[in-house]
Structures are given as C-alpha cells and as structure tokens.
Design a protein around this ligand. Structure first.
Ligand code: C2E
Ligand code: MG
Ligand code: MG
Ligand code: MG
Length: 277
C-alpha cells in the first residue's frame, strides 16, 4: 500500500506541476497581448516616519485587471513578465501612472517605484530616466526599489546605479535580509534606503532572534548612511518595537493597506484611511 500511495503522490505532484506550467504559459500569452496602458493600474501603500508617525510617502504597487483572467497579483504576473521584454512595458507603464498620480501630491510626499533586474541594464535605465524626466516630477521625491536578489553582481549594475544617482533619484534595497549581500556589497552600492524584509518583522516577539537581526540591519544602515524601513508592519505592538530598534520608516497593513490614487489623496489631505484592503 505504501508503494501505491507513493506512486499516487508522485502522480499528483506531476499533475499539479503541469497545471501550474500551463497556467504560467497562458498568463504569459495573455500578458503579451494585453493593452497594458488600459489594464494595469497602481495602488499606493503609505509609509510613515517611525518617530513622528507622519506620512512621508507611498510605494506604488502594480495591479493587473485582465479582461481574460480577471485580477492578477504581481506575485504571479511580475515573475512571468520578467521572463521576457514585457517587463519593460510593465515598468514603464507603472512608473508613468504612479508619477501622474504623485504629481498631485504636496512636495513633502515621496514616491517609490519597484524595478526588476532587467530594468537595470544601462540602455533600459536610460529609457526609463528619459521618460521620468519628461514627466517633470521632482527627482528628489523619487526612489527606485530593487530587491536584494535582483541587484546581482556589483560590476554589472554599478554604472546603472551611478546613472540613477546622477539624476538625483534615490535607491532603495527591497526585501533586505533574505538574500546574500555582504556588508562590503552594500557599502559599495551606497543605497539611500534599506527595506527590512517583512519576514523579520513578523517574527518579532517570537524569541527566535528577529530583534537581533533587525538591530544588525539598522546598525549596518547607519554605517553606510542609509535610512532603514521596516516592511510588513501588521500589529500595533510591532510599531513601538521597531521604533525602539531604531527603524526610521514604517510600512505595512498596520500603517495602511495599498489604496487607490484617489484614496491616497484623501489620506494626504484629511488623514483619513480607506476602510480596508
Ligand atoms: P514589495 O515591493 O516588497 O511590496 C510589498 C508587498 O507586501 C506588497 O505586495 C504589499 O501589498 C505587501 N504588504 C504590504 N504590507 C504588508 C503587511 O503588513 N503584511 C503582508 N503580509 N503584506 C504586506 P504586492 O502588492 O502583492 O506586491 C508583491 C511584490 O510584487 C512586491 O513586493 C514587488 O516585489 C512586486 N511588485 C509589485 N509591483 C511591482 C512593479 O510595478 N514592478 C515590479 N518590478 N515589481 C512589482
Ligand atoms: Mg517594493
Ligand atoms: Mg518590499
Ligand atoms: Mg517584500
């Protein structure tokens, strides 16, 4: 019986794998044919200063409303877009839409946009920067977020990073702590902001060393003169803990869910948050 159960398990695993593979290539096909300008939209998640609790900016998060597939989350379609050049159209569209909304915000409110590894080639970055300059949005209010894993080897990206810095756009390292960057890597990269991955925040108070890890990341940020943001703040108790650990900025459901551009404007103007995510 054990043997038979084992065979069944393998069959089930293969079948699931096949379903996923088919879904992936279907999504890719639909994405390639999609009218991205119409179907993509952007939500904005608020970021606050950890000490004053004042709103200081928003991160733009892509959403895809496909007439064929319905709502697709970025965790599904971004990795698929990254397999091909479609990612460039996605990044361009998200940046343009986000900047258009952010242009209505007061000058002290900043904007963060996520980039993919493939956006970091010098020709692609030049294209993006040219588009950004066209918008007239103040570069001092703009950040590009790149995940620690997407950054890759320093030789490959240092020219691109220099280009971004010359324009006055800030660089944030996203999901920090789950990749493999060394202290010397971060030291040479000189990011403006380090975003601590939410897995560490969710482990606060669980007695498994998350506090020590966050303290270490905060100390490293100070060393390279970067600010430090805690992602995925879901509970009130975490807010005080993270401030005490030295985090400069906070982002997460306890601060605010991702919201529409219109809702972001209401939050800026009245301090009122939309009911929920
Ligand atoms: P990210 O850049 O780390 O963005 C934060 C993600 O965490 C968002 O998921 C956000 O909704 C979610 N989040 C925020 N606060 C909390 C919290 O308190 N608890 C939990 N459990 N989750 C929280 P989302 O919008 O599904 O995006 C997922 C990822 O997809 C992003 O992670 C980012 O890596 C990528 N992504 C989103 N938009 C874009 C884009 O325009 N371009 C690229 N290249 N990647 C994008
Ligand atoms: Mg991000
Ligand atoms: Mg992040
Ligand atoms: Mg993340």
């Amino acid at each position: 019986h054990a043997k038979e159960a084992g065979r069944n398990q393998v069959a089930i695993f293969r079948a699931e794998h096949e379903v996923q593979r088919k879904r992936g290539s279907h999504v890719e096909q639909v994405l390639r044919a999609a009218k991205l300008e119409e179907e993509l939209y952007v939500l904005f998640q608020p970021i606050v200063d950890a000490h004053s609790r004042q709103l200081i900016g928003f991160e733009a998060l892509a959403r895809w409303n496909s007439p064929v597939l319905g709502q697709v989350f970025p965790s599904e379609f971004i990795p698929i877009a990254e397999r091909s050049d479609v990612i460039h159209a996605v990044t361009r569209s998200v940046m343009n839409k986000a900047v258009a909304q952010a242009s209505r915000w007061p000058a002290q409110i900043s904007l963060k946009v996520n980039l993919s590894a493939r956006d970091l080639s010098p020709p692609r970055m030049l294209e993006l920067l040219e588009q950004f300059e066209h918008s007239g949005f103040d570069a001092a209010r703009m950040s590009f977020e790149v995940t620690e894993t997407a950054l890759g080897s320093l030789d490959m990206i240092l020219d691109t990073v220099a280009l971004v810095k010359t324009k006055g756009i800030a660089l944030a390292v996203d999901d920090f702590g789950i990749g493999y960057s060394s202290l010397s890597y971060i030291h040479k990269l000189k990011p403006d902001l380090i975003k601590i991955d939410r897995s560490f925040v969710s482990r606060l108070g669980k007695n498994d060393g998350a506090e020590a890890i966050i303290e270490t990341i905060v100390a490293m940020s100070r060393n390279v003169k970067a600010s430090c943001l805690a992602e995925g703040v879901e509970e009130e108790a975490q807010i005080d803990a993270l401030e005490a650990l030295g985090c400069d900025q906070l982002q997460g459901f306890a601060i605010g869910y991702p919201m529409s551009g219109a809702e972001a404007l209401v939050l800026i103007e009245t301090g009122e948050k939309p009911p929920s995510g």
